[in-house]
Design a protein around this ligand. Structure first.
Ligand code: FAD
Length: 170
């Protein structure tokens, strides 16, 4: 029997967690490395548009997200003194648009991930050799896999290691 491919993910935020979960569901061996000592998200809300709710639906987590969040019917933008500028209806998609606290979404995703999150490990560099990638953390820890996914945010060090430091554009 072919050996299960191992995927290393750097970053245990919403992006890392949902990627790990999708890979778990398709049978990959996944290791996630997160630089913080605790798995948590910032205390703010996030709007999940129909593309995101499609992903949650595929993962069987949409009902959980709706229960923890709130259905969004309209996007309304007003001036400071309350005059309506834009009012767009968003309740006509196949799946709902929802607003949810980031920490709640993160918790829902992480609770289903079957792989280990190794906390307190900051990615430093990588080496590629054929079908193998070696990953080195600042602590000296090192791991090897068949593929590496950088889910380490806007200032991704994985991206920088592959493509050089590039200032994000707006
Ligand atoms: C103000 C604001 C509002 C937004 N609102 C919305 C919205 O309503 N809807 C929407 O869809 N999107 C929204 N976005 C965009 C959305 O927040 C991001 O696309 C999403 O959070 C990115 O998630 P991520 O997991 O890829 O990255 P991040 O959330 O940045 O997570 C990266 C993780 O990697 C870890 N990490 C970083 N560097 C390393 C390293 N070297 N080694 C190990 N771990 C590392 C970090 O600690 C973190 O846990 C908003 C963004 C902002 C700024």
């Amino acid at each position: 029997m072919a050996k299960t491919k191992k995927i290393i993910i750097i970053g245990g935020g919403i992006g890392g967690a949902v990627t790990a979960l999708a890979l778990n569901r398709t049978g990959f061996d996944v290791s996630i490395y997160e630089r913080t000592q605790e798995l948590k998200e910032v205390g703010a809300g996030i709007a999940l548009w129909a593309n995101a709710t499609h992903v949650l639906n595929e993962l069987g987590l949409l009902e959980d997200a709706v229960r923890n969040g709130c259905l969004t019917t309209n996007y309304q933008f007003n001036t400071q003194d309350g005059k309506e500028l834009v009012n767009v209806s968003v309740d006509k998609f196949e799946l709902p648009v929802i607003g949810i606290h980031r920490a709640d979404l993160h918790k829902i995703l992480c609770s289903q991930v079957t792989s280990k999150f190794t906390l307190g490990q900051t990615f430093e560099r990588l080496e590629q050799d054929g079908a193998k990638v070696s990953v080195y953390m600042k602590s000296g820890l090192h791991d090897e896999g068949n593929a590496l996914i950088g889910a380490d945010g806007l200032k991704s060090q994985v991206r920088a290691a592959l493509f050089g430091e590039v200032v994000p554009t707006v």
